[in-house]
Design a protein around this ligand. Structure first.
Ligand SMILES: [Zn+2]
Length: 256
């Protein structure tokens, strides 16, 4: 799937970082307890809020795009907290009480990028949107997804060079992320024993029933009468095929 816009990188882009730095510097130079300091503090807070709002809007856009295109969604069950863990301190054996470089300063930048992309909340939104439109959502074990060849299944760390993937066993060539995504899909199909049906292409004006789902999982599809009733006592938002139950982000745990 081709998405129109890349991850906006609001607070880790050069511009975003610069703006935040300037605002924070202005704040730090005001006298503690003064009215001007409060004003500057509000400006910093507003910038953070702006970034958060933009991030949320972008994530809803992406989530709805994914849901519209897919019949079922599978994601890697990432341990984001573990990925952001600090590097272990390396004590210096020669000088007591001193520490050697452990790479934490480089890791910090990566951690900030992870936080800026906020995968966790994006996955929550996708899950919510999937539940709302009655589509299936799966989480799979992320182990070796980017090292496994989607063609022959051989696991080799050497197959991957940054963005490129060339299988050391069969020579299969692909974009590293795309072919990792294929592995996530295959894993979801295997773990949940999904049966893929062929989509029957039917013209829009045909009397034949259109095959809606790729997978044999029950989906909620309202009939036209039910939809009318539903529309009568629901809010202004009109989502076709929307199940009549009101969902909240916090209900997701029960659904999954
Ligand atoms: Zn291969």
């Amino acid at each position: 799937m081709v998405l129109t816009r890349d991850n906006p990188r609001l607070s880790t882009s050069k511009r975003g970082k610069r703006t935040l730095k300037i605002r924070q510097r202005r704040l730090s130079r005001k006298n503690i307890g003064s009215a001007n300091r409060n004003k500057e503090a509000q400006k910093v807070a507003r910038l953070h809020k702006k970034h958060a709002d933009k991030r949320t809007a972008y994530q809803w856009l992406i989530a709805s795009k994914i849901i519209r295109k897919a019949d079922a969604i599978s994601v890697e069950n990432l341990n984001i907290k573990g990925m952001k863990a600090r590097c272990k301190p390396k004590p210096d054996d020669v000088k007591q009480g001193r520490f050697l470089k452990n790479g934490q300063s480089a890791k910090r930048g990566l951690n900030r990028s992870i936080s800026d992309a906020s995968w966790g909340t994006l996955i929550e939104k996708i899950q919510y949107a999937a539940a709302k439109s009655g589509k299936s959502f799966f989480k799979v074990d992320p182990k070796n997804t980017s090292r496994t060849c989607s063609k022959c299944g051989v696991i080799d760390a050497l197959s991957r060079f940054g963005e490129k993937f060339v299988c050391t066993s069969c020579g299969h060539e692909a974009h590293a992320d795309k072919q990792a995504a294929l592995n996530v899909k295959t894993r979801a199909i295997k773990n949940n024993q999904l049966i893929i049906k062929k989509i029957k292409k039917v013209r829009r004006d045909s009397a034949e029933l259109k095959q809606l789902t790729l997978f044999e999982t029950p989906t909620v599809e309202l009939t036209s009468v039910k939809r009318k009733q539903h529309r009568a006592h629901s809010s202004k938002r009109d989502v076709p095929g929307n199940p009549p139950t009101q969902l909240s982000l916090w209900d997701i745990g029960d659904l999954a």
